[in-house]
Design a protein around this ligand. Sequence first.
Ligand code: URA
Length: 200
Amino acid sequence: MAYREEVAAKEPDWFNGAVPSFGPEDAELLIIGLAPGVTGANRTGRPFTGDWAGDLLYATIDKFGYSTGTYDARPDDGLELKRAMITNAVRCVPPQNKPVGAEINQCRPFLSARIAALPKLKAMICLGKISHDSTVRTLGLKLKDYPFGHGTHYDVEFAGRPLALISSYHCSRYNTNTGRLTPEMFEGVFALAKGVTDTA
Ligand code: URA
């Protein structure tokens, strides 16, 4: 909060708020990121938009047919998501892109409400361990029973509805530059989700 206000004082023309989710309410796939990047989503007001991580994310979303239009790193680029929505585990920009436990816990009710408000939801892709862990807690499950791993796929329930909980290394600059996450690995995760959303 203090950090967001500090950024807002320096950059009053940026969005500088709790970044809303992006995508239609009939989404079957919910992609759950970490938190807005300071010069990306915190500046533009759309998840992953203008963030380094957005380049790979939006390219992969497009490849799997979950968008129409062309991503151009601007909220007015005309891009629309189809059957998919992007949200973040933490809604405001955290210092050094590293949200602390209290912030993650404070934002969890929003994540829970987000999941609850998607009547057609079938699958979630969590980007990174923080997103995964917060989602597991949101579902009322124990972390030790659902450990994070790249490409993990758990069948879970939320409010009596079956859901696939799929996780990936975060598509951050660090992970992609070091080769911890390659585009092929990321596509492998989306292929898992597509298998779920395209099954009746
Ligand atoms: N931008 C977002 O909106 N979320 C992330 O997790 C990273 C960058």
